[in-house]
Ligand binder design. Structure first.
Ligand SMILES: Cc1ncc(COP(=O)(O)O)c(C=O)c1O
Length: 485
């Protein structure tokens, strides 16, 4: 799936390219080439897209064609552009540089390390009580049966469906499939919808384990670059759907991982309509939907706008409750749920009965548990922000109105080097490139605010100390790479 960026689109992405810092010393073509390189390394301009013809871009930027020609030549020389006569020019990275996305990316188990690689929290206080009640009062009802329920226990499916209905999209239990976490929900949907080699559109940056699931299905991944400050660029996103006509698009509209952005209702509606016209199935990951921290009303679920069964929503209990429960779900049409369940039988048969019963018990107390989670996250977010402003004042970020993470723009392309150096002070970080496809995003770092306040402050102090060492050229002693699992 090769898509083309139009002149007007690239001009908008480039913004104030002619007034970049240091600009007064360099000619126009050098500044233009540098600005395109900047977009590429931030992941806002995907790799493998066709840039506009020189004449078209010259018109959109109101510069001479010679300037654009020279900028494209510079980009070719630095390995950021490949051109073929008559066919156009595509964005690339020097030396075919790529970062594999198949690496494991989950919680570490070294208790002495401050783990900021994982955006997840400890279990809520209510969990033990819920588990005891589930064992004593609910489980006995199931012990006389075989215990295999490939679509999930009806009482949990009912509770999840009721949650959707309360959010404004009428849903019945038949439309819910219970899975082992949101991750399995995604995997099952991809197994059904993405034959090997199919084009799939994802956001850049995005959730690394979604990239891993897509790689496992051998999808051909194309990206839509999110702006760090403003989020989705509606025209670029919808244009990518219209042009690329991908089989699926995977989006995280609520407090996006890792940028924290919330998609507005208008774009949700247009996204569904455009996906329908393009023949694209939308996979909507609602992992963080419960975790609004500021503001009044949430936009409606994307599925509200779905009149043609184009939207499959996935979600789970990991973020507002506990990841260790491994409870997730798919919301889709009832026939699709049956087809997914048939696939699921070939994977793991069914979810454990006891965990589902615990899930039901927790959902019964959702109001209290989620409210406490939000209060805790709000405090932790603000403490993390204060610590960053004090110890790393050059770093910038947009304060997210929900979710569990800050997406920091660093003071240089140092994210991976910083993550390696931070290991020496026992802090585990998820550097920017983990959230992209191709080694870009080195100027970004995701910092979750799920750990206790004191731990967050300590982590920021340690990160600041190694950041300072990087500047002074003190090389961290390299360890053999740890498996981030
Ligand atoms: C966007 C997104 N989707 C899916 C998952 C996986 O969630 P689960 O633990 O429910 O499988 C995560 C976890 O971080 C996530 O951030």
């Amino acid at each position: 799936m090769t898509s083309t960026v139009r002149g007007t689109q690239l001009a908008r992405l480039l913004g104030q390219w002619h007034s970049l810092p240091g600009r007064h010393r360099s000619p126009d073509y050098v500044a233009l080439a540098a600005a395109v390189r900047g977009l590429l390394s931030d992941g806002r301009l995907p790799l493998g897209v066709r840039l506009p013809a020189e004449r078209e871009l010259a018109e959109s930027l109101a510069v001479s064609r010679t300037t654009v020609s020279a900028a494209y030549r510079t980009l070719r020389e630095s390995g950021h552009l490949t051109s073929r006569r008559g066919a156009g020019s595509w964005t690339t990275l020097p030396n075919g540089h790529r970062v594999a996305t198949s690496g494991l990316w989950a919680a570490g188990d070294d208790r002495d390390v401050i783990d900021l690689g994982v955006a997840a929290h400890r279990a809520p206080d209510e969990l033990l009580g819920a588990a005891q009640a589930a064992v004593n009062e609910d489980l006995p009802r199931y012990l006389g049966s075989a215990g295999y329920h490939p679509t999930g226990l009806v009482e949990l499916r009912d509770a999840v469906a009721a949650g959707y209905t309360a959010r404004g999209v009428a849903t019945s239990a038949e439309q819910i499939l219970i899975t082992a976490g949101t991750q399995q929900a995604l995997d099952l949907v991809l197994r059904l919808s993405v034959p090997a080699g199919s084009p799939v559109l994802v956001e850049a940056p995005t959730y690394p384990n979604a990239l891993a699931a897509l790689s496992a299905r051998r999808a051909r991944i194309a990206t839509h670059g999110l702006d760090t400050a403003t989020g989705w660029d509606a025209e670029m996103l919808l244009g990518a759907l219209r042009q690329g006509r991908p089989r699926c698009a995977y989006v995280i509209p609520e407090f996006h991982n890792p940028t924290g952005h919330l998609m507005d209702a208008g774009l949700r509606e247009r996204l569904v309509a455009t996906a329908h016209a393009a023949g694209t199935e939308l996979i909507v990951d609602e992992s963080f939907v419960d975790l609004q921290l500021d503001g009044d009303e949430m936009p409606p679920p994307v599925a509200v706008f779905d009149r043609h069964s184009r939207v499959v929503s996935i979600g789970g209990m990991s973020k507002a409750y506990w990841g260790g429960l491994r409870i997730g779900w798919v919301r889709a049409s009832a026939p699709l749920v049956q087809r997914l369940a048939a696939i699921r039988v070939g994977v793991d048969m069914a979810s454990p009965v006891l965990e589902q019963l615990v899930g039901v018990r927790l959902l019964e107390q959702s109001e209290r548990i989620v409210a406490a989670r939000r209060t805790e996250l709000r405090t932790r977010r603000d403490v993390l922000i204060d610590a960053l402003r004090e110890h790393l004042p050059e770093w910038t970020f947009t304060v997210p109105g929900g979710g569990v993470m800050l997406w920091c723009e660093l003071d240089g392309p140092i994210s991976s080097a910083l993550a390696r150096a931070a290991e020496d002070v026992d802090v585990r970080l998820a550097p920017g490139p983990r959230f992209g496809l191709d080694g870009t995003l080195e100027r970004f770092l995701r910092l979750p605010f799920t750990l206790p306040e004191g731990t967050l402050v300590e982590a920021v102090k340690r990160i600041a100390s190694v950041r300072y060492d990087l500047d002074r050229g003190i090389r961290p002693s390299w360890r053999s790479p740890a498996v981030i699992a």
